[in-house]
Ligand binder design. Structure first.
Ligand SMILES: [Fe+2]
Ligand SMILES: [Fe+2]
Length: 193
């Protein structure tokens, strides 16, 4: 599914289930970061009109997801906690060398975004299928459906703007690298941990 090379260990859901407040907090920031990634792509690459149009729509969608998660936190009687570091994303962002042409940098950022979307979507699907808390499972099912298009959209832009063959090779290498990172994860109550 989603091109990922290593599925998440389903026992991760048992860890999550013991700490719903932590997963919702982490998730809220994932949505906020997805919105800010869309903004920063518009700032960096304004002349790519197709991309800018899609990013405008994406900012709205991701910030509405942030609201949904934030509302869920309030509904359950909690207050949104502070952001914490995302070991998965930090490890992932080391893959491509810094620098290169503007197009190269854009392709790398689009591929990172595609992968983070794909993994998030896989995690949401797992939560929607395995959570005992049926209300929350349904919440994740709906989110999974709306996230599913994001990965293909980012990958599509990378292929459209970069050299197709080169982009496909980089994508496969990034997927292999991500699978290695994943071997040490699935142990924490965070969306990517
Ligand atoms: Fe989202
Ligand atoms: Fe997304």
């Amino acid at each position: 599914m989603l091109g990922l090379k290593l599925p998440t260990d389903p026992r991760w859901v048992n860890i999550v289930e013991k700490n719903i407040e932590d997963i919702l907090t982490d998730h809220a920031y994932c949505e906020q970061k997805a919105a800010s990634t869309a903004i920063s792509l518009m700032v960096s690459f304004p002349e790519y009109t197709d991309l800018v149009k899609e990013m405008i729509a994406l900012v709205k969608e991701e910030i509405s997801h942030f609201k949904m998660v934030h509302d869920k936190i309030l509904e359950r009687g909690w207050v949104l906690g502070r952001d914490r570091k995302d070991d998965y994303v930090n490890a992932l962002l080391k893959f491509f060398p810094k620098g290169g042409s503007r197009t190269t940098q854009m392709v790398h950022r689009l591929l990172y975004a595609a992968l983070i979307e794909a993994r998030s979507c896989e995690r949401f699907r797992l939560l929607s299928e395995k959570l005992q808390d049926k209300e929350l499972a349904e919440f994740y099912r709906k989110l999974m459906v709306s996230e599913a298009n994001h990965y293909t959209m980012f990958l599509g832009f990378a292929r459209q703007y970069g050299d197709r063959k080169e982009v496909d090779e980089k994508w496969q290498q990034l997927l292999d690298f991500e699978a290695e990172i994943m071997k040490d994860l699935s142990k924490k109550e965070t969306i990517h941990g």
